[in-house]
Design a protein around this ligand. Structure first.
Ligand code: GDP
Ligand code: MG
Length: 370
């Protein structure tokens, strides 16, 4: 193309049209958003905004940084499932997660001390399962609203003596909306008042029909107190994972989701990252939301220092210049300079957005007073 409409250029560059008009003014061209400019001018503007022109095509800064190549089938390897535990308060989510974590012998074999970093991996019969143990609901909602849901399977915990409660229904809706496979853990089976049949009956009212009644929902009777049924439940998680044929390519730059983050007095910003594709390595340049930096120190869920984290491995990372937001996507990138440019651009956009909100609020206030 030898010319382009100003607004089209802005949308190609994923920037506000006023940004483009401002740059054009700096170049001495007074044009409106519906006017056309020639390609040479467009490329000057693009370069001002961190983009690049290749073979008469404008490549945005995001496209230059994150090459969204599909992984070729031969590069894909089996990966472990990522599991979240959901359900009504006091039905036993924390107890189940603790039971699973403490039953994992590899954590003590490795000589480490288990530490809570928001996610952990357990080994069951030689296969790994990754559990997210961030406060279920918030993490789930935050991730889903950012469209970066890092979950394959949801274990829905329902207390056998209490049945389906409001947050159980919420959990079902979240899991369904996110298209996540549900496995039901009917917990507190040790209680004399446990009534698993009633739980199953109630589940059908929400479209979850147990396998034994001809549906496709696996129900596992468990007790987090005695440990009864937990192993069988983990086997069902692995079986479900097999059917989902989960795969990832370990031989590429890492990307994934920020699970937790905090500011440590001594070590600076700390983020728990869950790698979903690729392998994260010490020294990698990392971008997460508006935070950028190099991976300085990586620690796994057993508190051990590691130099690499492959698909589904959660790690705590020090080295970012800022604290990222839980639920943000992260990616390792090859070009540090471009990463810093992109972060500047994102911060700028954030500020503009805040300013717009501010203007809106003051205008509203003005009208209120009239
Ligand atoms: P959460 O709010 O879903 O995380 O639930 P918790 O794991 O904190 O458990 C709530 C309460 O139920 C605690 O007092 C637990 O000790 C108790 N509890 C959890 N699982 C079981 C179980 O299998 N049997 C019995 N009897 N009590 C349980
Ligand atoms: Mg809890």
């Amino acid at each position: 193309p030898d010319e382009i409409v100003v607004s089209e250029l802005a949308s190609r560059l994923k920037v506000n049209v006023t940004e483009v008009i401002k740059k054009l003014m700096m170049l001495g061209a007074m044009v409106g958003q519906n006017e056309v400019i020639d390609f040479d001018t467009a490329s000057l503007v693009a370069e001002e905004l961190g983009a690049k022109v290749e073979k008469e095509v404008i490549v945005t800064i995001e496209e230059r940084l994150f090459e969204e190549e599909e992984d070729a089938e031969e590069n894909l390897e089996e990966r472990s499932p990522i599991v979240v535990v959901m359900g009504h308060v006091d039905h036993g989510k924390t107890s189940i997660l603790d039971k699973i974590r403490n039953a994992d012998v590899t954590s003590t074999e490795a000589g480490g001390i288990t530490q809570h970093i928001g996610a952990y991996q357990v080994n069951v019969h030689g296969k790994n399962i990754t559990f997210l143990d961030t406060p279920g609901h918030e993490a789930f909602t935050a991730m889903r609203s950012r469209g970066a849901l890092a979950t394959d399977i949801a274990i829905l915990v329902v207390a056998a003596d209490d049945g389906i409660m409001p947050q159980t229904v919420e959990s079902i809706n979240h899991a369904k909306a996110a298209n996540v496979q549900i496995i039901v853990a009917i917990n507190k089976m040790d209680k004399p008042t446990a009534n698993p049949e009633r739980v199953k009956q109630e589940l059908t009212e929400y479209g979850l029909v147990p396998e034994e009644w001809g549906g496709d929902i696996v129900c596992c009777p468990v007790s987090a107190l005695t440990g009864e049924g937990i192993d069988q439940m983990l086997d069902m998680v692995l079986l479900t994972a097999d059917m989902l044929e989960l795969k990832a390519n370990p031989n590429r730059l890492a990307k994934g989701t920020v699970i937790e983050s905090r500011l440590d007095k001594g070590r600076g910003p700390i983020a728990t990252l869950l790698v979903q594709n690729g392998t994260l390595k010490s020294g990698d340049v990392l971008i997460a939301g508006t935070a950028v930096g190099r991976v300085r120190v990586m620690t796994n869920d057993k508190g051990l220092k590691v130099d690499e984290a492959g698909p589904c491995v959660p790690v705590e990372v020090a080295g970012l210049a800022e604290v990222p937001t839980a639920g943000d996507e992260f990616a390792a990138v090859a070009n540090e300079r471009l990463a810093r440019e992109l972060v500047e651009k994102r911060k700028h956009e954030q500020k503009e957005e805040q300013f717009k909100q501010y203007q809106k609020v003051t205008l509203d206030n003005l009208f209120d007073q009239m």
